[in-house]
Design a protein around this ligand. Structure first.
Ligand code: AMP
Ligand code: MG
Length: 414
C-alpha cells in the first residue's frame, strides 16, 4: 500500500479544497474572518494638521533665542476650531488632536514651557519646524486602498474598518464542519460511566481544534462498528462541507470506515501517510464535501488535524497563511529516528539566550493524550533523518496557546 509523504498529502488536500461563498456580516462579528472585498478610506484622517501633544502652537522662527516669550492668543481643544491666526510673537495653547491654527507651524510640549502670568508663556527650548504636528491624512488618505481582499480581520484591522465607518463587511463564509467518532468501545460524554469503555475524546479535541479556527462544528455522535449504522452517519455527514471521522480507518477486521466510504461513492485520494503518529489517514471528496478519515488514537487524531485539516479549513476560509508558524529550537537530548517517515514529537519550549530549547512532554505513545495536552509545539523529525544529536537544531510547529508565556519577557527596570 502506498504511503504519501506529509507534504505530498498536504498538497493533494489543498488541490481539492472547496471554494466557498461570501457573506455580509456586522462589523461586531467580523473578528478572525477574512475580507472578501477591497476597503478604501472614505476620509482624510486626521482631517487637518493637528497637534501631537498638549502644548503650544508656535511659529518656529520665533524661537531663535532661548528662552523666548510669546503671547498666548487662545486655547484650542480637540474637537474645536481655532478662532485666531498666530502672528509673529504669538502662540496658542493647544491640546492633543486639536487643529493647528493658521500661522503656526510647530508644537512645543507643555513640559518645555513656563507660563508667565495669564497671557504669556516662556518657551524653554528651540524646535525644528514642523515638530509634533500630525499632518492631514497621515493615518488614512481619502480614497486610498487600506485593506486588500484576503486580509484576516485582527483587532487592528477591525479598528481600521471602524475608522472607515464600515458597519457591515463582506467576508468569506466559513466551511460547515461535522465530526463523527466511530468504535463500539466508545462511551459518549453524556452516557453513563462504564469502566469497561473508552471515553470519546476525539469528538471534543476535534471540536476544540475546529473552534480555535473560529468555526462552530456539529458533533454527529458515535457510530458503532457496523457498516449499516456507519453508512447512515456518513450520509448525514455528507451534508456538510467538511466531514471529520475518527477511528475505524485502519485495516482491522472491524474497521468498516474504508469499505463503507467506498460503497458511498466518495472518491478517495489516499489512505496512508508516512507520519508518526497518525499514518492511517485518508482523504476523499464528493462534489460538495471534503472527507478526512483520522486515526482513532487521540494524539494521532489531533496531530493529523494540525497537519491536514487545519490548512484545508484555513484555505476554505480564504486565508493566505495556511500553516501553523514554525520556529527553530534546539533539543536537549539525542533522539532516535527511523528514516522513511516524518515524526512529530510533542514538546514544551523554553526561551534562553540562544533562542528556544524543545523538551518532549513525556511518553509519546499515540494514545497518551496528556502528551498533547501539555505540548506547546510539535517537533518535526524529517523523514530522511536517521536520528538527532543533543543540541541539534530542529523545526517546531507552534500549537494553539503557544502565543502566551508566563513572564512578560520585557527586560526593563520597574
Ligand atoms: P481505531 O482507529 O478505531 O483502530 O482506534 C485506535 C485506538 O483509538 C483504539 O484504542 C480506540 O479505542 C481509540 N479511539 C478510537 N476513537 C476514539 C475516540 N473517539 N476517543 C478516544 N479514543 C478513541
Ligand atoms: Mg476502532
Amino acid at each position: 500500500m502506498e504511503y504519501l509523504s506529509l507534504t505530498a498529502a498536504q498538497q493533494c488536500i489543498l488541490q481539492h479544497t472547496l471554494q466557498l461563498g461570501v457573506e455580509t456580516i456586522p462589523l461586531e462579528h467580523a473578528l478572525r474572518r477574512v475580507l472578501a472585498e477591497e476597503v478604501y478610506s472614505n476620509r482624510d484622517h486626521p482631517p487637518y494638521d493637528v497637534s501631537a501633544m498638549d502644548g503650544y502652537a508656535v511659529r518656529a522662527a520665533d524661537l531663535s533665542c532661548t528662552p523666548s516669550e510669546l503671547t498666548v492668543v487662545e486655547d484650542i481643544k480637540a474637537g474645536a476650531m481655532p478662532m485666531m491666526a498666530v502672528l509673529p510673537g504669538q502662540c496658542a495653547r493647544i491640546m492633543t488632536g486639536a487643529p493647528i491654527p493658521q500661522g503656526a507651524d510647530t508644537v512645543i510640549r507643555v513640559e518645555d514651557t513656563q507660563p508667565v502670568g495669564n497671557e504669556c508663556v516662556q518657551i524653554l527650548c528651540s524646535a525644528l519646524y514642523g515638530t509634533d504636528i500630525r499632518s492631514r491624512g497621515e493615518n488614512l488618505r481619502n480614497g486610498e486602498l487600506v485593506l486588500g481582499c484576503g486580509t484576516e480581520i485582527t483587532p487592528g484591522v477591525l479598528g481600521i474598518l471602524a475608522m472607515v465607518k464600515r458597519t457591515e463587511v463582506k467576508v468569506r463564509t466559513r466551511p460547515r464542519v461535522a465530526i463523527l467518532s466511530s468504535g463500539d468501545e466508545l462511551e459518549g460524554l453524556y452516557a453513563p460511566f462504564d469502566s469497561d469503555k473508552i471515553p470519546d475524546a476525539n469528538s471534543y479535541t476535534l471540536m476544540a481544534q475546529v473552534q480555535a479556527l473560529g468555526i462552530e462544528p456539529v458533533l454527529l455522535g458515535i457510530a458503532q462498528d457496523d457498516p449499516i449504522e456507519l453508512s447512515r452517519y456518513l450520509m448525514r455527514g455528507l451534508a456538510y462541507d467538511v466531514l471529520l471521522i475518527s477511528g475505524g480507518t485502519s485495516v482491522g477486521v472491524y474497521d468498516f470506515v474504508r469499505p463503507t466510504i467506498e460503497a458511498l461513492g466518495i472518491q478517495m485520494h489516499f489512505w496512508r501517510v508516512a507520519i508518526r503518529p497518525g499514518h492511517p489517514l485518508a482523504f476523499g471528496t464528493t462534489p460538495t464535501t471534503r472527507v478526512f478519515c483520522l486515526p482513532g488514537n487521540p494524539v494521532s487524531s489531533m496531530v493529523c488535524f494540525e497537519q491536514f485539516v487545519l490548512p484545508a479549513l484555513r484555505d476554505m476560509m480564504g486565508h493566505t497563511r495556511l500553516f501553523r508558524r514554525t520556529i527553530t529550537a534546539r533539543i536537549s537530548k539525542p533522539m532516535k529516528h527511523r528514516a522513511g517517515r516524518t515524526e512529530l514529537i510533542r514538546v514544551t519550549l523554553d526561551a534562553d539566550e540562544q533562542g528556544y530549547q524543545a523538551t518532549p512532554t513525556g511518553a509519546q505513545g499515540s494514545g497518551v493524550l496528556l502528551s498533547m495536552a501539555r505540548a506547546e509545539g510539535l517537533l518535526l523529525i524529517p523523514n530522511e533523518c536517521d536520528g538527532l544529536h543533543a543540541g541539534a537544531s530542529v523545526t517546531v510547529q507552534l500549537l494553539e496557546g503557544a502565543a502566551y508565556q508566563q513572564h512578560s519577557g520585557i527586560a526593563e527596570g520597574i
